[in-house]
Design a binder for this molecule. Structure first.
Ligand SMILES: Cc1cc2nc3c(=O)[nH]c(=O)nc-3n(C[C@H](O)[C@H](O)[C@H](O)COP(=O)(O)O)c2cc1C
Length: 208
């Protein structure tokens, strides 16, 4: 069965990125009622701490050394998470912007799955090569500031370039970003930004 994987990255009940994801998924379900939607809620699922055997496994791989038993066991968790992602035909990421970038849970998720021989490889003559196949991906990014019009009060957006680069590094280049912001401050611009983003997301979902 074809599958959309949704990485849900806000811990808030009133989350703007999650509300955007609901609009997108409602439209997507109507367009593709037979698809499986696999939700990875990063605040509910157990993510391995990237310390101890799992980080040593990464270094063993980079040095082309065999795993010990603990490294193999912990690497299997990374394999399971990367496999769940790699089996998705479409990807939706809904995330807040936190401190110019992404929430630490999403960074932790990338730190676990971005592994040599799993999602990328290194070739001495060709450099770093992605191992995942490309697939349509939508990123909904909610931010207190409005980066579309430049009303960002001196803050910058490092989340968009980071996500574009880390996804490209593992093979996902077909990515469209839908910003939702401002989500803080006066009510009128918040509502206008939400309305604009939701209309855009509903239209995108029909052809995703
Ligand atoms: C810890 C934290 C850091 C934040 N940092 C930024 C920031 O750097 N830039 C920004 O525009 N908004 C920032 N915000 C505001 C959030 O991006 C905004 O509330 C957004 O709507 C959160 O997404 P959510 O509604 O999906 O939870 C921050 C909020 C929190 C809680």
């Amino acid at each position: 069965m074809a599958k959309l994987l949704h990485l849900s990255c806000s811990p808030r009940a009133d989350s703007e990125s999650s509300a955007g994801a609901r609009v997108f998924l409602d439209g997507f379900r109507q367009a593709r009622p037979d698809w499986d939607i696999d939700v990875v809620d990063l605040w509910r699922e157990r993510l391995p701490e990237f310390a101890g055997p799992i980080v040593e496994a990464k270094y063993a791989r980079m040095k082309a050394q065999p795993f010990n038993d603990a490294q193999r066991d912990s690497f299997a968790e990374a394999e399971r998470m990367a496999l769940r992602f790699s089996l998705a035909d479409r990807v939706l990421i809904s995330t807040p912007m936190w401190n110019f970038s992404i929430p630490y849970k999403l960074k932790q998720w990338f730190d676990v799955i971005v592994q040599p021989g799993l999602t990328f490889r290194f070739d001495p003559s060709l450099g770093y090569l992605p191992l995942l196949k490309d697939r349509p991906t939508t990123v909904i990014l909610a931010s207190g500031s409005d980066f579309a019009t430049g009303m960002n009060r001196g803050r910058i957006d490092m989340a968009t370039p980071y996500l574009r680069e880390i996804l490209r590094f593992i093979g996902i280049s077909n990515v469209r970003f839908v910003p939702i912001g401002p989500t803080t401050g006066p009510q009128q611009p918040i509502e206008a930004a939400r309305e604009r983003a939701h209309q855009h997301l509903a239209a995108m979902a029909a052809n995703f």
